[in-house]
Design a protein around this ligand. Structure first.
Ligand SMILES: [Zn+2]
Length: 235
């Protein structure tokens, strides 16, 4: 994003702090960031209510996932994609926190909180973290944690460090290999039977989450579940 849009976004927030982020209408008491009408118009999946849902199916035959769901259907150009863009690139942390709280309510209502020990946000590249200043998945996880009660644990899963062989690769292949490489910390490897609820913003191919699952499988007797805010359609 450029400086101009960053400033104009900031000004909008400053002068219209109580307007819906989607439609711009004034918010009334009880509404937060998004008006109830826009919230109701977001395409909910209700996947958390049934096993064998689309999110779970994406991982079948690939990695062992105890339970999984995505909160909303994700399509480019739709309000949810604008909201995700806003908290990923426009520093709109409030909206990430708010949407995280919605996920937390889904986890709580589906009684999934009893199945896990902690929420683990998918770690961000160090480079991206330095540029953005935050991991949007951590913000979502903190919001979710507030409502469902599961603590956020960022000491378990890490992005793999550059290895010597990787630095020799071409720029492109290095980016690809770094993108999907995760490791569990030595401390986490000792947490036998740990039950982890992984959290990511949008499920597309599932490659990133699969890679996380593979890393987590180093923990003996681990249980892994997956929650994503959005699920992109396969078409
Ligand atoms: Zn609205």
């Amino acid at each position: 994003m450029n400086l101009f849009s960053r400033i104009s976004d900031g000004l909008l927030q400053l002068f219209f702090p109580n307007n819906c982020l989607i439609c711009g209408r004034s918010l009334v008491t009880g509404e937060e960031n998004i008006c109830l009408m826009c919230m109701a118009a977001l395409p909910r999946t209700s996947f958390e209510k049934w096993r064998g849902n689309q999110t779970e199916k994406r991982f079948w035959g690939k990695v062992d996932v105890y339970s999984a769901f995505s909160g909303y259907y994700y399509r480019k150009g739709q309000p949810l994609s604008h909201m995700i863009h806003d908290f990923k690139y426009h520093n709109n942390r409030k909206i990430a926190h708010y949407l995280g709280r919605q996920l937390g309510a889904m986890i709580k209502n589906a009684q999934m909180a009893n199945d896990y020990d902690c929420i683990v946000p998918v770690p961000l590249h160090q480079k991206k973290f330095l540029i953005r200043g935050y991991n949007q998945c951590t913000l979502l996880a903190r919001g979710a944690s507030e409502v469902c009660g599961l603590p956020v644990d960022e000491t378990i899963l890490m992005r793999a460090k550059h290895s010597v062989s990787q630095t020799k690769k071409s720029q492109e292949s290095r980016i690809t290999s770094l993108k999907d490489t995760f490791v569990v910390t030595p401390e986490a490897e000792r947490r036998v039977g740990l039950r982890v609820l992984l959290l990511d913003d949008v499920l597309t191919t599932g490659a990133t989450l699969e890679s996380c699952c593979n890393a987590l499988s180093r923990i003996p007797n681990v249980r892994v579940g997956i929650v994503t805010l959005g699920i992109a359609s396969n078409d």
